[in-house]
Design a protein around this ligand. Structure first.
Ligand SMILES: [Zn+2]
Length: 342
């Protein structure tokens, strides 16, 4: 009672609303820039059961905006960092974490029994998948996305008369048509605002207070400090929620498309596997995509510096089918106590 007294005294919420929060189960896709503020505020508000899906490890470049994580968890799984922080915030929280990518194979089991899905993903195929999962489960999807200095947030709930994500975006944008977060850049406060709005909408949906943002998109322009509201209507021709649907399963061409932001479609190995590989396969070419100052501070012996921005040009004659990503990169290498170049 004391922990949640500041919100229980709100007549709109009260003890009944608090009980609804405690009884609720929310699925959060990602614990990154949007997922950080969203999960922090949901855990703090007393949402009883949180499910977090995130396969990534904490990297230095995350810390500028992913406020759930800190220096002490660099190189470790984000879900470990999330568990440490969220359970400190609310030890009675029932937290379920999965260090996997959200895929058509696991989407239905991970969302089982959930009241709301919060989409904190950073790529289009995953957004289509969260949309389709929420549609088939008949639960609301709290969507947000950011791009440079602009953010958008809405609630997709076709079962309550609103549109779905596919009503707005029927097809996947061509790969490369939209820059990834790593290419476009972002100031951390922007996902902080949009992710906090997602937490607020989730709390409203669970407790039933106020008007949920169904059929209404909030667009925030940070540079001009301007919020715009756009009314969104369902598309009767939508392949998912329209009058003559053509999609009947969470597994479909859009949700199975490769994701582009996290490089997770590229085969990955751990830093320990890389260490092993470097001793057993001397012909291997090890590319370090960080910036020159990071490379100068610490690097792996035999690695070649090709900063990320110069990859498209430098990689033209590389054999693309043989590329392997090293999960966690240099941070994970150092965290594992592996040797650096003298
Ligand atoms: Zn639709």
């Amino acid at each position: 009672m004391e922990r949640w007294s500041r919100q229980i005294i709100l007549p709109e919420l009260g003890i009944a609303g608090q009980q609804r929060l405690l009884d609720a189960k929310v699925l959060c896709i990602g614990s990154g820039a949007l997922g950080s503020p969203a999960t922090l505020y949901l855990a703090a508000a007393g949402v009883g059961h949180l499910v977090i899906v995130d396969p990534d490890v904490v990297e230095s470049s995350n810390l500028q905006r992913q406020i759930l994580h800190g220096e002490s968890f660099r190189g470790r799984l984000k879900i470990e960092s999330a568990a440490s922080r969220l359970l400190d915030l609310n030890p009675t929280l029932r937290l379920e974490t999965h260090a996997v990518r959200f895929t058509p194979e696991n989407a239905l089991s991970l969302s089982e029994g959930c009241d709301v899905i919060v989409d904190g993903s950073d790529n289009f195929p995953t957004r289509f998948l969260t949309n389709d999962t929420a549609f088939f489960r008949k639960i609301p999807l709290v969507h947000a996305a950011i791009q440079k200095f602009e953010g958008q947030m809405t609630v997709f709930a076709p079962h309550r008369g609103g549109p779905c994500y596919r009503c707005l975006l029927p097809e996947l944008p061509a790969p490369g048509a939209v820059p990834s977060c790593a290419e476009a850049g972002v100031i951390g406060a922007l996902p902080g605002i949009m992710g906090s709005m997602q937490a607020m909408e989730t709390i409203k949906l669970i407790t039933g207070i106020g008007e949920p943002a169904i059929g209404q998109m909030t667009c925030y322009d940070a540079l001009l400090n301007r919020f715009r509201q756009i009314a969104l209507a369902p598309d009767p021709d939508c392949a998912l929620c329209g009058k003559s649907p053509r999609l009947f399963h969470v597994s479909n061409p859009q949700t199975n498309a490769p994701t582009h932001c996290t490089m997770s479609t590229i085969p990955a190995i751990s830093v320990n596997e890389l260490h092993e590989l470097l001793t057993t396969s001397p012909g291997i070419r090890l590319i370090d995509v960080r910036e020159p100052d990071e490379y100068a501070a610490a690097a792996i012996s035999g690695s070649e510096l090709v900063p990320l921005a110069t990859i498209p040009e430098a990689s033209q004659d590389w054999p693309k089918e043989d590329v392997i990503n090293v999960t966690g990169g240099m941070d994970a290498w150092l965290a594992a106590g592996l040797p650096k170049k003298e």
